[in-house]
Design a protein around this ligand. Sequence first.
Ligand SMILES: [Zn+2]
Ligand SMILES: [Zn+2]
Length: 64
Amino acid sequence: MKFCPQCWNPGHTADPIWQNVQARFCYLCGIQLRASCANCGELVVSTRHRFCPICGHPYKMAKT
Ligand SMILES: [Zn+2]
Ligand SMILES: [Zn+2]
């Protein structure tokens, strides 16, 4: 599944608009959607996880 690392709230369903095959950037904030862990590249399979089960990297990007 794809998600916006900035707008998605872990534990909640990812927005269906992000799942569109044409969707490459978030329609809310404009950053590139991710489908895998930013650290190790493991595919994200469940929106119920907040952290990568492989490396422990948080899926949600910290706001800067
Ligand atoms: Zn976004
Ligand atoms: Zn990882």
